[in-house]
Design a protein around this ligand. Structure first.
Ligand code: NI
Length: 181
């Protein structure tokens, strides 16, 4: 297992549409383990393979920060089969430095996916898990949460990021930050 580097906006890798995993093998299971370790180290509650430079449809999530590992999900080829209602949720992202914004999402989702041990599963989710599932599946389609904001807000973020990078990068004060997704 290894912690991998998380790519950040505007890396072109984050804009690629990831391809379906066609064979669930040891390599896929090893990638899932690396992604889990990378997510916990960040710290984050979700991570998608494109964020570590792998354009394949795999995501990992653990929204239970009280008891890490208990509700850990490793999902291959996840698909949103049903949606219900709407919710505005304040989101951040491990690939978007120093920024959060409210994003409109479905309030409840039903997701179908495969696991690294080749089981087909269904997940009914609301709250943070529903939001995180939609956020991570967006990553598989080359989409970041800032792509769901108005052009004006996105432009303001790009300017803020330029300033952050000009001033020598983000401040290293992770303690008070919410875990990213
Ligand atoms: Ni993200």
């Amino acid at each position: 297992m290894a912690v991998r580097e998380i790519l950040t906006f505007p890396s072109p890798e984050l804009k690629k549409t990831a391809t379906d995993v066609t064979n669930i093998d040891g390599e896929v299971a090893a990638l899932a383990e690396d992604m889990v370790e990378t997510m916990y180290a960040a710290p984050g509650v979700g991570l998608a393979a494109p964020q570590v430079g792998v354009a394949e449809r795999m995501i990992v999530l653990d929204v239970n920060t009280e008891d890490p590992g208990k509700d850990l999900l490793k999902l291959i080829n996840p698909v949103i089969a049903e949606r219900r209602g709407n919710v505005l949720w304040e989101e951040g992202c491990l690939s978007v430095i120093d920024y959060t914004a409210e994003v409109k999402r479905s309030a409840e989702v039903l997701v179908r996916a495969w696991t690294p041990d080749q089981k087909e599963i269904e997940i009914e989710a609301d709250g943070l898990l529903a939001v995180a599932l939609q956020h991570e599946i967006d990553h598989l389609d080359g989409k970041l949460f800032i792509d769901r904001l108005s052009a004006l807000k996105r432009d303001l973020y790009k300017r803020k990021l330029k300033k952050i990078l000009r001033d020598g990068g983000p401040a290293d004060n992770n303690q008070d930050r919410k875990p990213g997704i």
